[in-house]
Design a protein around this ligand. Sequence first.
Ligand code: ZN
Ligand code: ZN
Length: 599
Amino acid sequence: MFQSFVAESSPDQGPARLARLRQVMTAGGLDCWLVPRADMHQGEYVAPCDARLAWLSGFTGSAGFCAVLAQVAGVFIDGRYRVQVKEQVAEVFTPVHWPEIKLGDWLIEQLPAGGVVGYDPWLHTIDEIGTLTTQLAGKGFTLRPTANLIDPLWTDRPAPPSAPFVAYPLENAGESHEDKCARLGADLAKAGHKAAIITLPDSVAWLLNIRGHDIEKNPVPQSFAILHDDGRVDLFARPGKTDAIAAHLGAQVRCLPDTGFAAAIAGLTGSVRVDPKSAPQAVADLAQAAGVEIAKAGDPCILPKARKNSTEIAGMREAHLRDGAAVVRFLAWLDAGAPKGGLTEIDVVTALEGFRRETNALLDISFDTICGTGPHGAIMHYRVTEGSNRGLAPGDLVVVDSGGQYLDGTTDITRTIIVGTPDAEQRACYTRVLQGMIAISRVRFPKGVAGCHLDALARYPLWLAGQDFDHGTGHGVGVYLCVHEGPQRLSRLSDVALEAGMILSNEPGYYREGAFGIRIENLIVTIAAPSLPGADARAMLAFENLTWVPLDRRLIDTGLLSQGERDWIDRYHADTLRHIGPRVDGAALDWLKAACAPL
Ligand code: ZN
Ligand code: ZN
């Protein structure tokens, strides 16, 4: 099993570790020390050796940080983790609602006069430290970079991941790394930059057509790179990781030990592009100390990586057909078993991973499956453990959000199903969520439109009923890379214009705390809109669907649908049967035919 059901931390561990950290802070003349969740690469997941926030506090969420002072230790968490943090941390930690409460404002209240705030400059971005510096300016406090204070205390700290990097085949990548490096190097030269420092592992993975096994669920190679304006690349990784890919990388890429990264920064000349949103403050400090001129701009790989080429899109289509067949077999199994009783959330997650494994192509799951039945469905980032495991009961809505990592693509799909017979309210809410999902699926929009313009379409049916959901409508997705990938999103916060080739999730939901949750999620790819009779001569974009798995027709209230929505559902189901039918047989095929019948 890729997924584990063991609770990863306990509140017991925190108090003694916090006391030891405070002793070290006092000895070092620090009034506060910051412990972020992030590692040097700012990814969503961290390796066990970098899980410092979890080691200290017990909190295992994917975002947040702890500000430790002599009298108080604030654990800053966003809306997703308000429930989880209470279960995971001891009373010596104080949950702080972030970003509503800013770190700087909180520190101004808590710090003694003239207080000194220490931090590890490799674990905070340039923007984070810049913002904190601005917030604390003129208050008499000092920000001080220090060595990491946790690492010496963490006596049984796991070893860093050591698995070697692997080459990502050209038949999956669609463009050689030589061409990508030459293309991006020329862009740097045109902008007057001599080099770009790249600290995001999924950028390195895309640029050099390599993958790694350093982080669960995300096949990224933990490394740094410097791209020069002539297309040469210096790749910095732990010794041994790059030996097997030296031939793939060729003479244009120099493989160097990660310990040489700092000296390499100091040796750069001319204008050097650095992304302040992701690069560690240490990079800026090293450059400044050496007199290297930093040009703050986005990581040059992010947009080219987001515009998937035709080979990557073809791979994603195939991965979704393979994954769709596994999910259809799972749903047929679930529909047969759930009404009989006795199934739990863990049974469901285990069975789903089993069906995906039977494809013989599953390399990992793309995130821990979220399976929430009844009230658990209302917890958006619920991860079942042996302690929380709940049985599926008649009348429960079950939210199952899951995905797979395959060599040709990454999947992410949510289906909500009913155990037995739904009531009218469950059907009405489900249908409104589905109408929002259909609206995004059908939309045509002019070039230049961003996620912030489209997000409301997914909410409109809910808004009319006085309802809403508290997450974005969709996120970008990588190709055998991170399931959450920027920069494009369907969110009122995203002003990145959508472009052909960008892949997104389309996942509206509705959550009634203590009662039920609903989410429906397909992946979509942005395409040039097909021609339309009578349309103006204007460049328009649209979405092509990637995910082919039936929607639970028992939950659809056809009386709420327009004719266009009805037609869309019937066409979606006919296409699903056509795509997936040849890939399943027996009881699963019988189930699929019934599930895909016209409304
Ligand atoms: Zn999902
Ligand atoms: Zn998603």
